[in-house]
Write a protein that binds this ligand. Sequence first.
Ligand code: XIL
Length: 375
Amino acid sequence: MRREFLTGAATLAACSPIPPGAARVVSREGLADHARQSGRYFGAAVKSRLLREDRAYRAAAARECNILVQEYELKRKTAEPKPGKYDFKGADEIIDFAQQHGMRARGHTLVWYTANPTWLEPAVERAGKAEQRRLMTSYIDVAMRRYAGRISEWDVVNETLEPNQGRADGMRAENLWMKAMGEHYIDLAFHRAREVDGDATLFLGDYGLEHDSPRCERRRTAMLKLLDRLLGRGVPIDAVGVQGHLKPYREPFKQRQFADFLDTLSGYGLKLAITELDIADRGGPPNPEKRDREVAAFGKAFLDVALDNPAVESVLCWGISDQYSWLSNYPEYKWPDGQLSRGLPFDGKMARKPFWDAIAGAFDAAPPVGRRNRA
Ligand code: XIL
């Protein structure tokens, strides 16, 4: 089967929105069942508290997902609130839940510029070179050892790029690790992660790689140049996590351009995953049904490309239900009038939305993992 992508900019209108009232097959299957048909994984970022307290949420996670990631529980701020004093309670709950349900688990995230405990940055600033390295690798050691065999893939380094911070190479300058060690902090993190758990798949993750905009173009360029340097130095990166925080009402999207970018990445021999998919609907039409259809169509256009790349094995949304989405809190994405953002597959009452059908449909049309439809 050959599938041609839309050529030119995929405007929302060109994405052939799912028509109003279109018959929907009501199914008790979850998205994981759709993903499994082509050997893939669907999952979501979950919060331990919600798994504990909200039964509908827990049931949806169990039904829809065959891979899970923590929304905050393995960020260092949560897991190491005081130096060397760890709190893995929330993460343990999520990993236990994943294991009980036969799911895979990702770990998010070992080395990041943000979501660190307040003690960390001053400690790094005061430290000598060896101590700086220890301050970074100690968390890799402890977290990866604890979950060896249970967390099969890690976001080792998250969000290293920020071309707006004045560096010619597009690396984020405002980053405690960059300030301490320069770019080699990334080398150190991956080498260490490989040593600690030789079986885990090691990811470098970033955002702003998806749209047809000057912002994303600069970020894609910076990412490819960074990978050239890292892979050239033999840094053991296995995979790139394309976060997939999409904003269709802010920036256009071109299927061919995104397909080419993914092809370049997989051409390096890297595995790929969409790790944090959600769709900011701020700026869309006021009618929520119409917006839902557009969001779904946009999501389908995006996933058709992603899932046609043989290296993309999993897709995770950044949340399950609009009720708890960070899109409704984050200043850049939230609606000024306080209404819920509608960027996830389930609405605020845990009902499936057209975006759910779009994800299921994209999985159903996907070639078996490792193969492609497109010639
Ligand atoms: C977000 C969480 O969802 C929010 O609750 C928190 O306030 C900020 O972080 N990229 C990432 C995620 O890698 O960890 C972020 O998660 C969203 C952007």
